[in-house]
Design a protein around this ligand. Structure first.
Ligand code: ADP
Ligand code: MG
Ligand code: ZN
Length: 606
């Protein structure tokens, strides 16, 4: 069988994604490889497909236990013998699997790095034919990466222990040169074939949201946009994870939560609820996610700012692995930036490291302030040539909302900051502008300022919104103190003197701002028969719950949608659907065809 046949028959796909073919051919030829692809880019296929073709066993080293089970289940579904070895197995299970491994039962074995250098694992590996070692999430080996795992340092030792070293492949979504170099040197890769796929994820709509009331935005978003799709909401601390989750539960939005402080069983249960589709939404710290290969995540919301672009892109990239339109929303707030800075400043880090971290944070802050294409910003960050200056599928490209001139208002705000001697934060400045009778204002004599009450007619919300925009445009500077203070900048003077105009999106200055975003362009098969899709989904859910596996392991949403669009009614037709390979056809195909046929009949009778 050639690799296209394997791709079609086992995986049900017609074509390789960018980079896959070269890497797969390299692995089959016995070469070392480095595959750098964005999250969802299809790295697993690069070692799974060769494993089927090659003689012997492929060892996959992977950091997360949750990932192993899903991948092994998926492989079994398409008729490939695979298994995993990690701390979830009891003694007998471990012995059984090691025996099966020795007998050559598996094509792939997933192993946690901690297990590699154990005596029983090594002694078996020594006596069998290992064709390839795949190091997944390889950036975990780098101390400079954002996901360093000390256990990954076990890997070089393991590789060196082979009398005849198998080829080694490293796979990661991290594109930083420094990290890549470290991966290559620590794993001692030999003239590897290196492939960097494009980091563009066309199906993802990036959006930065600036709102003074994140929670309200979130509720609206969840209620209006995503009544069905599943999503991840990232918060920066355990405390905010719990409080956001609690608030959403009070609103009867089905969420579970996840952070490192939970009991392992609860963590595990919540994660399973999300992956198996029992809970639609998970609120989590960044401890959640690596190795979560759930393909149908329709949105990822960052309720707080991440630390840098690298981390942001990886987390946001967990949306839409199945290629379907999905949204990545980053909620920007200046106070989050301040918090991140405080963490960086107090970590006992070297000056040099602090500088790097601050510079990395600033890149993300600039991203949030961008007025032009967000996708172009991301791709430039990952060193890609940007050919299209406008992607027409990001918050900025899609935003055609009306702009209004707020130069006068800006001047009022700036002169208030000036009159108050640049000593106060957002709240006090708003109080002065609105002529508040607040005790603190009166006692400190701020009511005597000439700017006291000059914006009486504006709500707190609107003034705050304007201040946030002025900060984002660097017309106001916000300090990194514990209680951030507003300061003037060089540009403030230009605005005050009327040399520079300030514009603002109009709808953001209406308190109940209505989202008027255009729907993203839909694929042709998005015109599928929705009733049929629901029927197919129901069948899939029945099969999945009978087997105790997540629904996507049976078929992805894309596959069902395509069925509900093309209406396959026999073997050949259904094998043409993306994601239907021979094995899955044999096990489930006819049941799905039956539903489709029935549905067509019902419609004819109507
Ligand atoms: P990652 O690079 O993040 O590890 P995965 O290997 O989990 O990505 O793949 C992401 C999704 O893309 C999976 O659902 C997988 O089935 C799908 N996929 C991989 N290769 C192809 C392909 N050639 N055609 C269609 N879908 C693919
Ligand atoms: Mg992966
Ligand atoms: Zn764009």
């Amino acid at each position: 069988m050639n690799i296209y046949e394997v791709l079609k028959i086992y995986f049900g796909y017609e074509e390789f994604r960018v980079g896959q073919k070269e890497l797969i051919e390299g692995v089959i030829d016995g070469k070392d490889v480095v595959g750098i692809m964005p999250t969802g880019g299809g790295k697993s296929l690069c070692y799974q497909l060769p494993a089927i073709v090659k003689e012997g066993l492929t060892i996959v080293i992977s950091p997360l236990i949750s990932l192993m089970k899903d991948q092994v289940d998926s492989l079994k579904e398409i008729g490939i013998e695979a298994s995993f070895i990690n701390s979830t197995l009891d003694g007998q299970e471990l012995v059984d699997r090691l025996m099966d491994m020795r007998r050559g039962r598996y094509k792939l074995i997933y192993v946690a790095p901690e297990r590699l250098n154990t005596r029983n694992f090594k002694s078996i590996v020594k006596n069998i034919n290992v064709s390839f070692i795949a190091v997944d999430e390889a950036h975990c080996i780098s101390q400079w990466g954002h996901d360093f795992r000390p256990s990954y340092l076990e890997i070089p030792k393991f590789i060196q222990s082979f009398a005849c070293r198998p080829a080694v492949g490293a796979f990661t979504a991290t594109a930083t040169k420094y990290v890549i170099d470290e991966i290559k040197s620590l794993l001692n890769l030999q003239n590897p074939i290196e492939l960097v796929a494009s980091f563009d994820r066309p199906n993802l709509t990036y959006k930065v949201v600036k709102t003074s009331n994140k929670y309200r935005y979130l509720i609206k978003y969840l209620k209006s946009k995503h009544e069905n799709g599943s999503g991840i909401i990232y918060c920066s601390t355990r405390k905010s994870v719990e409080s956001v989750a609690k608030k959403l539960q009070e609103k009867h939005i089905p969420v579970v939560f996840y952070h490192g402080g939970l009991e392992p069983e609860i963590r595990r249960k919540n994660q399973d609820d999300f992956i198996l589709g029992r809970a639609r939404i998970i609120v989590a710290t960044n401890a959640f996610g690596m190795g979560i290969d759930k393909p149908d995540v329709r949105f990822v919301i960052h309720y707080n700012m991440p630390q840098n672009m690298e981390a942001y892109y990886q987390e946001a990239g967990r949306a839409g692995r199945d290629g379907e339109p999905s949204e990545c929303i980053l909620m920007y707030s200046p106070s989050d930036v301040v918090k991140q800075k405080l963490i960086i400043n107090t970590d006992g880090l070297s000056q040099e490291r602090q500088k790097i971290l601050l510079a990395n944070l600033q890149i993300l802050v600039n991203f949030c302030h961008a007025n032009d294409c967000l996708r172009a910003h991301i791709l430039r960050y990952f060193n890609e040539d940007v050919t299209l200056e406008k992607c027409n599928n990001c918050g900025n490209c899609l935003d055609e909302s009306e702009m209004i001139d707020i130069t006068l208002e800006s001047q009022k705000i700036l002169s208030c900051i000036y009159r108050a001697n640049e000593r106060f934060g957002v709240n006090t400045i708003i109080d002065i502008l609105r002529g508040s009778k607040n005790k603190k204002i009166i006692q400190t004599g701020l009511d005597k300022l000439s700017t006291y009450g000059i914006m009486k007619e504006y709500s707190v919300y609107v003034i705050r919104e304007m201040i946030m925009t002025l900060i984002s445009k660097k017309i106001i500077n916000i300090t990194t103190d514990k209680f951030p203070i507003l300061k003037l900048t060089k540009t403030s003077i230009n605005v005050l003197k009327g040399k520079e105009k300030v514009e603002h999106k109009k709808y953001l200055l209406v308190e109940e701002n209505k989202e008027t975003k255009k729907e993203t362009k839909q694929k042709q098969y998005e015109q599928y028969d929705e009733i049929l899709f629901d029927k197919l989904r129901k069948l899939r859910a029945d099969i999945a719950s009978n087997k105790g596996v997540p629904a996507f392991i049976i078929f992805h949403d894309v596959t069902l949608k395509e069925m509900a669009f093309s209406l396959p009614q026999n073997k050949d037709e259904i094998l043409d659907i993306t994601g239907v390979g021979v094995k899955k056809y044999e096990v489930y195909g006819e049941r799905f065809i039956e539903i489709i046929k029935e549905h067509i009949k019902d419609k004819e009778m109507e």
